[in-house]
Design a protein around this ligand. Structure first.
Ligand code: SAH
Length: 555
């Protein structure tokens, strides 16, 4: 089961530093369907992938939210990850394993299945995992991280229950959950605490913890039918819903997992072949109840998702955790080659589709086609995807699209730090007052519109951030743009050039509008031209700070 902010986890990566670990690593890999062995280049032959720097590779995978199994001393793993440990939410499971397979130690990711992963590895190696989490040690489970197929009605109550049980309370169980039978919880018929496993939508009494098994399947004959009303009629909790079946291509407003079928009634019968009670029907909604989560079959095809992900200016530390999670869960990742590289590394079972930077609309359509097949798709953009980038191309592809299935895709835009914000932060606060972002690219708009906007922004005394400032195809336009701004601003006006912000070769230049030369600028530069108020402060051993005060001088 996943944490609240991070997405579901992919298959583990098994890292080894020497040939002597390959046999153990192979036994671990064989216990998982898509695990891969990563071997240190020059030391290991026969791994699925090789890497050069251990620490760097480990940190890249950790940031990519990949479960990690590392065959070396626990101390080495801890030191390599120490700088990244502050953010507990983005913590994948990390397991250290002795080279000979004699010890399996879950180090991190306790709330995201590290103990279960360690147990599975230990079983494959014929040993016992060194579990240190109190609840897990005592009871063999935690109520804060339930197995697949079960949901806690109230997370805070789960925590409370766990501490009461650790303090010695006993528990009675009402309902079925095989994982409870396998645990070492202290059960007693007359116990004060009750764990109730039920799909029913009812509030817990003071001494009760309600766990909802995902045993409910909802079929919509009418895509506009009201799901909550249907569930209420059946008396079942939305948390117990395994999925909702909708007609192919239907646009359904729900956060519940959706699956699509040509014939939803037939799919409902396939999904729950042996219902516990008669199907409840209410206003276009049919609700079936299975006996247990493993009696629910994935009928129909899944709802695909399309996330347009902003990678930030370059450095992985400036990538939002939500973007990280979207990348790690994606089955297909589309983008321009250098951006794809920036968002990696990817797992062996993730499909990466590289395309030319100019084919944005084609790329957006390709992404919709994959998502409409039910795949989990990410399209990457540098910076923010909504600033001169893929989010608008994706909206254009959707706007007026003939294919109804495209409208059924779960679509999300994950923001990123735009180049101007990245450059501004390095320099101080040049965007501290009103500003305009203008792209000088005339691929998609005529030059006279650009010229008019520059003139208007100049006249309005806005700070102006110029994107796509220059290219070989239009060598003279940067000069023209600057000439327009010079009509409104004095030659001493502060200009900031952010080159390769957040990337290798990062360079910040502070100059003036009078001194600015086109040779100083290329397509990897964002240019920020100050307003009449923008000023500098000398900074020891560096370019001066640049800032635009929040207010205008009075008078
Ligand atoms: N979506 C991107 C912008 C894409 S347009 C964003 O929000 O940043 C491409 C232009 O953005 C480049 O020509 C350059 O002007 C600017 N740019 C993008 N990344 C940059 C970086 N890391 N450093 C400097 N400029 C960058």
């Amino acid at each position: 089961m996943s944490g609240e902010s991070a997405g579901p986890l992919g298959a583990p990566a098994i890292l080894i530093l020497g040939q002597g670990s390959l046999a153990t690593a192979t036994r671990i890999r064989d216990a998982f369907s898509a695990a891969t062995i990563h071997g240190l280049a020059g030391r290991v032959e026969g791994a699925d992938r090789s890497f050069d720097g251990f620490g760097e590779h480990l940190r890249d995978l950790y940031r990519a939210d990949v479960p990690l199994v590392v065959l070396c001393a626990a101390g080495i793993v801890i030191r390599a990850l120490s700088a990244l440990l502050a953010d507990k939410r983005a913590e994948p499971p990390v397991i250290a394993v002795a080279e000979d397979g004699s010890a399996v130690v879950p180090l991190l990711g306790g709330l995201r299945g590290a103990n279960a992963l360690a147990r599975r590895i230990a079983t494959a190696l014929g040993t016992t995992a060194a579990i240190t989490t109190t609840g897990e040690v005592r009871f063999g489970l935690t109520l804060e991280d339930l197995p697949e197929g079960y949901a806690l009605r109230d997370k805070a109550a789960g925590k409370r229950f766990m501490s009461d049980l650790l303090a010695g309370a006993t528990l009675q169980i009402d309902g079925d959950a095989p994982w409870i039978d396998r645990s070492k919880l202290a059960l007693a018929q007359d116990a004060a605490l009750r764990l109730v496993v039920t799909p029913e939508d009812r509030d817990a009494a003071a001494n009760e913890l309600i766990v909802h098994p995902r045993v409910v399947v909802v079929a919509l004959a009418d895509p506009e039918a009201d799901i909550p009303t249907g569930l209420r009629a059946a008396g079942l909790s939305p948390l117990a819903v395994a999925f909702v079946l909708a007609p192919n291509g239907a646009a359904v407003a729900t956060d519940l997992p959706l699956r699509f079928a040509a014939d939803v009634e037939a799919a409902l019968r396939d999904a729950v072949p042996d219902p516990m009670r008669p199907v409840v029907r209410q206003g276009g909604v049919a609700v079936a109840l299975a006996r247990s989560p493993d009696q629910v079959h994935p009928a129909g095809k899944p709802r695909g998702s399309l996330r347009v992900v902003g990678l930030g200016p370059g450095d992985a530390s400036l990538l939002a955790p939500a973007a990280r999670a979207a990348l790690s869960r994606a089955q297909d990742i589309l983008g321009y080659g250098p951006y794809l590289k920036q968002g990696g590394p990817y797992l062996a079972d993730q499909r990466v589709h590289e395309s030319d930077n100019r084919e944005e609309l084609d790329r957006a359509r390709h992404a919709f086609r994959l998502a409409a097949e039910g795949r989990d798709v990410a399209v990457v953009s540098s910076g923010d995807p909504g600033v001169f980038a893929m989010a608008a191309a994706v909206m254009e592809a959707l706007d007026g699209a003939e294919e109804p299935a495209w409208h059924g895709v779960r679509l999300q835009v994950v923001p990123g730090i735009s180049a101007a914000m990245g450059a501004a932060a390095l320099a101080g606060a040049p965007l501290g007052h009103d500003f305009a972002l203008i792209s000088l690219s005339d691929n998609l708009k005529p030059w006279d519109i650009i010229a008019r906007r520059l003139d208007a922004a100049g006249a309005a005394d806005l700070v102006v951030a110029l994107y796509n400032p220059i290219s070989q195809a239009r060598p003279t336009q940067f000069d023209e743009a600057i000439a327009i701004l010079r009509r409104h601003r004095r030659p001493e006006t502060v200009v900031l050039l952010g080159h390769n912000v957040g990337r290798a070769g990062e360079r910040l230049t502070v100059t003036t509008l009078g001194a600015l030369k086109p040779e100083q600028v290329d397509m990897r530069t964002v240019v920020i031209v100050g307003s009449s108020q923008t000023r500098t402060i000398a900074r020891a051993g560096d370019t001066p700070w640049v800032y635009t005060p929040r207010s205008y001088p009075k008078g």
